[in-house]
Design a protein around this ligand. Structure first.
Ligand SMILES: Cc1ncc(COP(=O)(O)O)c(C=O)c1O
Length: 386
């Protein structure tokens, strides 16, 4: 019903994915399949709402309207069976900004903060940038499937870690963590008094019948130590509008977070982003269902194509979102040779696996949130070099 096949020229729109190619890859002559936004138009309900707000013509100071919170509360109740109280809700321009903000609130200089590698690069840089000690618990990889190394995870928690940054679902390995896995992680954090920052920005994009579980919805104990970050930005392709929802049921953590965000004067937000968020959560469900079907087809297509045509590259289907974690370790090329071939022979812009942690060596991340014609072109290019 919605047209995800339309190829839209994004060049010259100050778009990171296209207009920063030269900076990232040393050349503009590549097909960009890196930065995690999609090449699709946002749903008509969002475009209409933003247009209406634009037509009003006065763009003065704004604040997040109650309706937006109501829409969010209903959205997560229906989708995740999660009961959020209005007074638990705060905000942040982006999910990433909320990470250092929370680190600053809840830990002190030099404290240990845990992440599960390979993981989204800002998890690493936020911890380091705040002058905290980065502790890594590498995920266990078996035949392309990633899981928690429970002994390592618990040993790290025990070692004096103060905060754990969870990626739920996981970028880049594509795991939609199961309820059991989350419960076990959450209970261990509770046992060792470790606060959880649960980045759930990819929640709405669980694919192939996988169900997203909100970490904080598992129990009151886990909720009491968890800061949850969600957003309509990945789901509805509105990352450039900058708006996310932060949910904190602990009054102490919430008041500390709110103090920080209002000190930075980041609490008012952006007029268009509020309008977009409200429209997304009230009217966006139908578009989202179509999008997910389209993404599933893209994933299936990539899997078939790679399996049949590029034996040097291994792909395991992600359980959610639009990012493929491609394994080049059996290609016969070193990591740097793969990188060089991707840019210079395939003329493809993928994310370097090493930016997600040292166990990302031999991997590159490919964004397939694009019309199938673009994805097909990307795969043909990949085949040229491998
Ligand atoms: C796990 C994860 N968190 C956060 C972000 C970005 O969040 P924001 O744009 O809201 O700062 C991304 C974008 O790729 C992501 O993958």
């Amino acid at each position: 019903m919605f047209n995800f096949d339309e190829v839209i020229d994004r060049e010259g729109t100050s778009c990171v994915k296209y207009d920063k190619r030269e900076m990232a890859f040393g050349t503009k002559d590549i097909l960009p399949m890196w930065v995690a936004d999609m090449d699709f138009k946002s749903p008509p309900c969002i475009i209409d709402a933003v247009r209406k707000s634009c037509d009003h013509g006065v763009f003065g100071y704004t604040f997040k309207p109650e309706n937006s919170d109501t829409a969010f509360i209903n959205w997560v109740r229906q989708r995740y069976n999660w009961e959020v109280k209005r007074e638990w809700i705060s905000s942040s321009p982006g999910v990433v900004s909320a990470i250092p903000l929370t680190i600053r609130c809840l830990t002190n200089a030099g404290d240990k903060v845990l992440i599960q590698t390979p993981v989204y690069p800002p998890f690493h840089s936020s911890v380091k940038g705040c002058g905290r000690e980065l502790v890594r618990s590498p995920l266990k990889e078996e035949n392309g499937h990633y899981s928690v190394d429970w002994d390592d995870f618990e040993n790290k928690l025990k070692s004096g870690v103060k905060m754990f940054i969870l990626c739920n679902s996981h970028n880049p390995v594509g795991r939609v963590w199961s309820m059991d896995e989350l419960q076990r992680m959450g209970e261990l954090c509770y046992k060792y008094s470790v606060v959880i920052f649960s980045d759930e920005i990819h929640a709405d994009l669980a694919l192939f019948g996988n169900r997203h579980t909100v970490m904080a919805s598992i129990s009151e104990e886990i909720s009491s130590i968890t800061v949850t970050a969600m957003a309509p930005s990945k789901t509805f392709n509105i990352a450039g509008l900058l708006n996310s929802v932060i949910v904190i049921s602990s009054p102490e953590i919430l008041s500390c977070y709110n103090r920080e965000i209002s000190t930075l004067h980041l609490d008012l937000g952006n007029l268009f982003s509020h309008v977009a968020m409200e429209a997304a959560y009230i009217y966006g469900a139908e578009w989202l269902e179509d999008l997910k079907k389209y993404l599933e087809k893209n994933v299936d297509f990539c899997h078939d194509f790679i399996t049949q045509n590029i034996p040097a590259v291994k792909m395991v289907k992600p359980e959610g979102s639009f990012l493929l974690w491609l394994d080049f370790r059996k290609s016969g090329y070193s990591h740097n040779e793969v990188k060089d071939r991707l840019i210079n022979i395939s003329k493809l812009g993928l994310n370097d696996g090493l930016s997600f942690g040292s166990n990302g060596k031999g991997f590159f991340r490919m964004n397939i949130g694009a019309p199938i014609s673009v994805v097909r072109e990307g795969l043909e290019r990949l085949k040229r070099a491998f």
